[in-house]
Design a protein. Structure first.
Length: 132
């Protein structure tokens, strides 16, 4: 890799080729540009294809037996899906919400006029054709 310093007027100033030199030891001013030239042969996008990357794989049973995993921490702390009380409460809320939606839907008669509002668009008026 080579580093070149260009001034504010885009004229070449010098090469930054001393490995142990600090940036302040070069004539760097406001508006200067450091140009990087890569000679490693790496192509653009070479590291974007993740199918070429060797991955670490572990079976579900082996992961369940580990004591230092996120899953074991969640189980010990009774967080997320491992908290039975919270899961039961969420399920009850979902059931209640579905029941309320069904009650509201049954109150809408087919053939009545309606207005639909979508954010960022003007309101649209129409006729109710069906209710699910």
């Amino acid at each position: 890799m080579e580093l070149e310093l260009y001034g504010a007027d885009e004229k070449f100033c010098c090469k930054l080729d001393q490995e142990d030199a600090l940036l302040g030891s070069y004539p760097v001013d406001n508006g200067c540009r450091i140009h990087v030239i890569d000679h490693s042969g790496a192509r653009l996008g070479e590291y974007e294809d993740v199918s070429k990357v060797e991955k670490y794989r572990i079976s579900q049973e082996a992961y369940d037996q580990r004591q230092d995993s996120v899953r074991s921490f969640l189980k010990r702390s009774k967080l997320g899906r491992y908290n039975e009380e919270e899961q039961a409460q969420r399920e009850a809320e979902t059931t209640q919400r579905l029941r309320e939606e069904q009650e509201q839907a049954s109150a809408i008669p087919v053939g009545s006029r309606c207005e639909v509002r979508v954010p960022g668009q003007p309101p649209r008026r129409g006729t109710v054709m069906y209710v699910e």
